[in-house]
Design a protein around this ligand. Structure first.
Ligand code: RTP
Ligand code: MG
Length: 141
């Protein structure tokens, strides 16, 4: 059997508040992703700034950090062949108005700033983000 690649995801505070954790995890599993790590936690502003460091200096950075640290999130590592690309497809466009039918953002996101879920944009990001949230004992490969 081919060992899958990994991606990292985070259900954002808006979707946690809206009680979509179960629905979203269900969509993810039904799409063929295996959840190999999972936790709920509340990021401090400082940690949120570190997590989204690549966006530092952009117009939406402060708003993004404030939102991500506004309440608990659900973090997970997912395994599948072609995980990063397939998961970006499953979550849909950043702005839910542009997201395709059947995507997680189309179904569960409010707007561009409150778009329900994060997905890594490359294998390198997936690795960095997975390590940011989970230690070795928390990952079930
Ligand atoms: P994410 O990193 O959260 O998975 O989202 P993404 O790749 O689809 O989008 P990215 O460009 O990485 O932006 C990160 C988050 O910042 C917010 N954003 N707001 N107002 C704006 O123009 C704007 N652009 C980006 C979004 O919430 C996006 O998810
Ligand atoms: Mg991104």
């Amino acid at each position: 059997m081919t060992k899958g690649t990994i991606t990292f995801t985070m259900i954002k505070p808006c979707a946690v508040k809206d009680n979509y954790i179960g629905d979203i995890l269900s969509v993810i599993e039904k799409a063929g992703f295996k959840i190999i790590a999972l936790k709920m936690l509340h990021l401090s502003e400082k940690k949120a700034r570190l997590f989204y460091a690549e966006h530092q200096g952009k117009s939406f950075f402060n708003e993004l950090v404030e939102f991500i640290s506004s309440g608990p999130v659900v973090a997970a590592i997912l395994e599948k062949e072609n995980a990063v690309q397939d998961f970006r497809k499953l979550i849909g466009a950043t702005d839910p108005k542009e997201a395709a039918e059947g995507t997680i953002r189309k179904m569960f996101a409010k707007d561009k700033g409150h778009n329900a879920i994060h997905g890594s944009d490359s294998d390198a990001s997936a690795e960095r983000e997975a390590r940011f949230f989970f230690n070795e004992l928390e990952v079930f490969l």
